[in-house]
Ligand binder design. Structure first.
Ligand code: GDP
Ligand code: MG
Length: 177
């Protein structure tokens, strides 16, 4: 099957956490990169889900829009899932995660009334490997409490867990339909 329309995924989180780097890493060779007039960039990724299924993903990068309340519903309208990203070396960016999640939930539900699937990305794990591993249980608890379907330690720099996190999100989107 080929999905008729690309599935729109949002990548949000504080400035400098690595959103653009993650998207660039994920879409690397086979990508088209556009700058939308409304001030968000988007990139297209073709994901070979299984031998019979190709999934097209449109990843929205909120370039320069990293302030709460600035995101309009327009960005969220067709979104099926999201990554919320923080930087493991900067605790303040983790403290902002719940605000990003609340903002998303307040602006968006799927046409079938279900919430969109959101995966939490603890990025730059190449710089601070131990910090979160020691807090694994707390992270699981945090995700449960705030309605994330899961979380991954990622590194855009070293290409750790980006593909895995994406497959995980798509799996949840497919299950949500
Ligand atoms: P954005 O503002 O969220 O889009 O963040 P950027 O993608 O522009 O990244 C901000 C800075 O963090 C840049 O200097 C990146 O090179 C760096 N960066 C992004 N991801 C990683 C990572 O996984 N590890 C490390 N060490 N640096 C990263
Ligand atoms: Mg950026």
């Amino acid at each position: 099957d080929l999905w008729p329309h690309p599935s729109h995924l949002l990548v949000i989180g504080d400035l400098g956490v690595g959103k653009t780097s993650i998207i660039k890493r994920y879409v690397h060779q086979n990508f088209s990169h556009y700058r939308a007039t409304i001030g968000v960039d988007f990139a297209l990724k073709v994901l070979h889900w299984d031998p019979e299924t190709v999934v097209r993903l449109q990843l929205w990068d909120i370039a320069g829009q990293e302030r709460f309340g600035n995101m309009t519903r327009v960005y969220y309208r067709e979104v099926m899932g999201a990554f919320i990203v923080f930087d493991v070396t900067r605790p303040a960016t983790f403290e902002a995660v719940a605000k990003w999640k609340n903002d998303l939930d307040s602006k968006l539900t799927l046409p079938n009334g279900k919430p969109v699937s959101v995966v939490l990305l603890a990025n730059k794990c190449d710089q601070a490997k131990d910090v979160l591993m020691n807090n694994g249980l707390k992270m699981d608890q945090f995700c449960k409490e705030h309605g994330f379907v899961g979380w991954f330690e990622t590194s855009a720099k070293e290409n750790i867990n980006i593909d895995e996190a994406s497959r995980y999100l798509v799996k949840h989107i497919l299950a949500n339909e």
